[in-house]
Design a binder for this molecule. Structure first.
Ligand SMILES: [Zn+2]
Length: 104
């Protein structure tokens, strides 16, 4: 499998997710409007942003783990059984750490 291409894809995705996280955090830290009605609407938006923030943070963690695995040379090695993770599986799930047999 083309590890270099996989790594590039992961790095691009990481940069994208970091940007997304920054804009979410900027929105969450933004100053709130004065009127009570507008504040209620903004708070609802904040809840959505907070959930999105958690998802993005989790995704960033998974990408970092995958990049660490590439660096360590065990990207294609299943953490559970030590066997190979198939290329098709890694293309479909670039952050997976287990082979198909261990995933079920
Ligand atoms: Zn396995």
């Amino acid at each position: 499998m083309d590890i270099k291409a996989a790594e590039k894809k992961l790095r691009d995705k990481l940069a994208e997710e970091v940007n997304r996280l920054e804009s979410i955090e900027q929105r969450l830290r933004g100053t709130h409007s004065a009127s009570f009605g507008e504040q209620a609407i903004e708070r609802e938006g904040d809840e959505v942003d907070e959930r999105m923030e958690e998802t993005v943070i989790r995704e960033i963690e998974m990408i970092k783990v995958a990049l660490d695995r590439i660096e360590a040379g065990n990207y294609q090695t299943c953490t559970s059984c030590g066997g190979d993770i198939s290329e098709a599986r890694l293309v479909a799930l670039p952050y997976t750490t287990v082979c198909i047999a261990c995933a079920v």
